[in-house]
Design a protein around this ligand. Structure first.
Ligand code: GLN
Length: 547
C-alpha cells in the first residue's frame, strides 16, 4: 500500500519547498523505497504554459508533453521518480474537470460545491499522481498556509489522510525562522502562527522542517516542539546551504529527517541512506579546479527562474568538468542595435536559450554572429537554434531577408516557418509541439559523437521549425543538419562542421540534465568553453583611438 507525505509551507513563499521535496525523495529512494512526486498548485490557470516566464519562471515540459511548474524540474533532477502530466495539478485543472462533469450531468442534480465536489476531485488527482508500485507518494501543496486559495487543497489532504488512516499519511510543514540582525536572534513566532493556521483547519503537522540562516539552538527546538505540538526529534533544521542546493539531501539526512519519515510511516527496514554519490558531487561543487564564464543571452534575463533548467544544466556540466560556471546574464534586447563585442568580451561560451516573439531576436542573432566569427563555443536552444539558422542564412549563405515567420510573417525568406500542423491551431494552451520525440543523429557529426548514440529522445516546446526549402543551401554552405525527426523529415540539430562546439538544437536538452548525470551536450559545451578559455585567443575590444 502506498503511504503519503504531504508537504506544506508556511510564513513566506519561495522557501524552497520544491527543493526540500526533491531532497526528501532522494533520502527515501536511498533507503530503497519507490517514490512518486506531485505538486498541487492553487492558481486558476489550467497549467503554467500560458503564463509569462516573468510571472511564473520557466515552464517545465515533461516527457509526456505536459507544461508544468518548474518544481517538476527539481523533482526530476533530484530523484528517479517518473514525472508526467499527473504530477502537476492546478485549481484551474480541478475546476475545469468538475465543470465538465457538471455539464455532463454526472452530479445527478446535486448543487456542485467546493466541499465535497472540488475537494473530492483534488483527492482523485492525488490518487492519479501516486503511480503503481509506489511505496511513498510525496505531495507538495503550493502556496502558503493561510492563503485563501490553498484552503480547498488543505481541506482535501486533511480528508484524504483521515481516510487513509493513522500511520499511512503524514504532514510535513516547512517554515522559516527569520533572523533579526538588530537583536541577533532567530524568531519562532511566525512558525507557531503558521502551525496554528494549519491546526485551525484540522491539520497537525507531524514533522516541522525549519529553514534558517543560523543553526537552531536546543532551546529554540524545545520551544518550537512545545508550542507547535511536534515531538522534539521531529523538529528538523534546514540551514541555508553553503555551495549548492544539491547539499540539501546530505544536510537533511544529518538532521535525521529520513529516520523521522520512515518511523512515522512504519517503513523502517533498518536500511541506511548511502549518500556517497551526493557527497562526491558536493565536493566537486565546493572544490572546482577552475572557472569559466558563460554568457546567457535571453529575453527574461532579470529573473533567474525564467531559465532555471538552463542554469542548473550548466552548473551540472560545470561540476562534471570540475569547473565552476559563472553566468554572464545578458539581455538580448540590449544587443539588438550594437556590436555585441563589449557585452560579450571575455566570455568562454555563448548560450542562447529558447523564447518567443520579436523582442530580443535580433540581439540573439548578433550574439550568435559574434560567437561564430570569433570561434567562441556557442549553443543555441530552440529559439536560440532558430536564431543560429537565421544568422547563418543571412550572413554566410547571403540570403538577404532570411527570417522566421513568427516575427515577420511576410518575410522574403522564411528559413524558420510555422509547422504545417500548427497552421490551423487557435488555442494557446497545450497546443505546441510538446514532449519527447525521437531524433536520429547523422553519422560522423559532432552531435552523434557527443551523444554516443544514433537515436535520442528529447523534449520539445515550439510551433516553428527549420524550413526544409533552405536545407540544401544551408548544408552546402557548411551548416550541417545533424539530427532528424525522421517521421516528418524535420531538422532538429544544426552544427558548423569542424567546430568543437557550435551547435543548435530545436528541442530542450535542459529538461533532462541531472546533477549526477549531466546532459552530454551541456557537458561538452562547458568542456569546449574550458578549452577555449585555455587558448587565450579571445577577441578583445580594439583600443579606442585618441582622436
Ligand atoms: N518561438 C519559437 C517557436 O515557437 C521557439 C520556442 C522556444 O524557444 N521554446 O518555435
Amino acid at each position: 500500500m502506498t503511504q503519503f507525505i504531504f508537504v506544506t509551507g508556511g510564513v513566506v513563499s519561495s522557501l524552497g519547498k520544491g527543493i526540500t521535496t526533491g531532497a526528501i525523495a532522494v533520502l527515501l529512494e536511498k533507503r530503497g523505497l519507490k517514490v512518486s512526486i506531485q505538486k498541487l498548485d492553487p492558481y486558476i490557470n489550467v497549467d503554467p504554459g500560458t503564463m509569462s516566464p516573468f510571472e511564473h519562471g520557466e515552464v517545465y515540459v515533461t516527457e509526456d508533453g505536459a507544461e508544468t511548474d518548474l518544481d517538476m524540474g527539481h523533482y526530476e533532477r533530484f530523484s528517479n521518480a517518473t514525472i508526467n502530466r499527473y504530477s502537476n495539478t492546478t485549481t484551474g485543472s480541478i475546476y475545469s474537470e468538475v465543470i465538465r462533469k457538471e455539464r455532463k450531468g454526472e452530479y445527478l442534480g446535486k448543487t456542485v460545491q467546493v466541499i465535497p465536489h472540488i475537494t473530492d476531485q483534488i483527492q482523485e488527482e492525488i490518487l492519479k499522481g501516486a503511480q503503481a508500485g509506489t511505496d511513498v507518494a510525496l505531495v507538495e501543496v503550493g502556496g502558503t498556509a493561510g492563503d485563501i486559495e490553498s484552503l480547498p487543497f488543505l481541506e482535501a489532504i486533511r480528508q484524504f489522510a483521515l481516510k487513509k488512516g493513522k500511520g499511512n499519511a503524514l504532514f510535513l510543514h516547512l517554515t522559516l525562522l527569520p533572523y533579526l540582525s538588530a537583536s541577533g536572534e532567530m524568531k519562532t513566532k511566525p512558525t507557531q502562527q503558521s502551525v496554528g493556521k494549519l491546526r485551525e483547519i484540522g491539520i497537525q503537522p507531524d514533522i516541522l522542517v525549519c529553514r534558517c540562516e543560523q543553526p537552531m539552538t536546543q532551546r529554540m527546538r524545545e520551544k518550537i516542539s512545545l508550542f507547535c505540538n511536534v515531538v522534539l526529534e521531529d523538529v528538523i533544521q534546514e540551514k541555508d546551504v553553503d555551495t549548492t542546493i544539491y547539499e540539501v539531501p546530505i544536510d537533511l539526512k544529518r538532521e535525521g529527517l529520513d529516520d523521522a519519515l520512515v518511523r512515522h510511516l512504519g517503513l523502517d527496514k533498518g536500511s541506511v541512506a548511502d549518500l556517497s554519490d551526493w557527497k562526491a558531487l558536493r565536493d566537486r561543487f565546493a572544490n572546482p579546479k577552475g572557472e569559466v564564464e558563460i554568457a546567457v543571452v535571453g529575453k527574461y534575463i532579470e529573473l533567474h527562474d525564467a531559465y532555471k533548467s538552463i542554469y542548473e544544466s550548466l552548473a551540472h556540466a560545470g561540476a562534471g568538468n570540475e569547473h565552476k560556471v559563472r553566468f554572464r546574464k545578458i539581455s538580448a534586447e540590449d544587443l539588438a542595435n550594437t556590436n555585441p563585442q563589449k557585452a560579450l568580451e571575455g566570455v568562454d561560451g555563448v548560450l542562447v536559450p529558447g523564447g518567443f516573439g520579436e523582442r530580443g531576436l535580433e540581439g540573439k542573432i548578433n550574439a550568435v554572429q559574434w560567437a561564430r566569427e570569433n570561434d567562441v563555443p556557442c549553443f543555441g536552444i530552440c529559439f536560440g537554434m532558430q536564431a543560429m539558422v537565421i544568422e547563418y542564412a543571412r550572413n554566410v549563405v547571403g540570403i538577404e531577408g532570411a527570417h522566421t515567420t513568427e516575427v515577420k510573417p511576410d518575410c522574403a525568406h522564411p528559413v524558420i516557418d510555422l509547422m504545417q500542423e500548427q497552421k490551423s491551431v487557435e488555442d494557446k494552451g497545450g497546443t505546441m509541439r510538446l514532449g519527447a520525440y525521437p531524433c536520429r543523429l547523422a553519422e560522423g557529426t559532432r552531435a552523434a559523437d557527443i551523444y554516443g548514440h544514433d537515436m535520442i529522445f528529447e523534449r520539445h516546446r515550439h510551433r516553428w521549425e527549420y524550413n526544409n526549402d533552405y536545407r540544401q543551401q544551408l548544408e552546402a554552405s557548411g551548416l550541417a543538419s545533424s539530427g532528424l525527426y525522421e517521421d516528418k523529415g524535420l531538422v532538429e540539430i544544426v552544427e558548423i562542421t569542424g567546430r568543437d562546439f557550435f551547435l543548435g538544437v530545436q528541442y530542450h536538452p535542459e529538461y533532462k540534465s541531472k546533477p549526477l548525470a549531466p546532459h552530454p551536450l551541456f557537458l561538452q559545451f562547458v568542456h569546449a568553453a574550458i578549452q577555449y578559455a585555455n587558448t587565450a585567443n579571445r577577441p578583445t575590444t580594439q583600443p579606442v583611438s585618441a582622436s
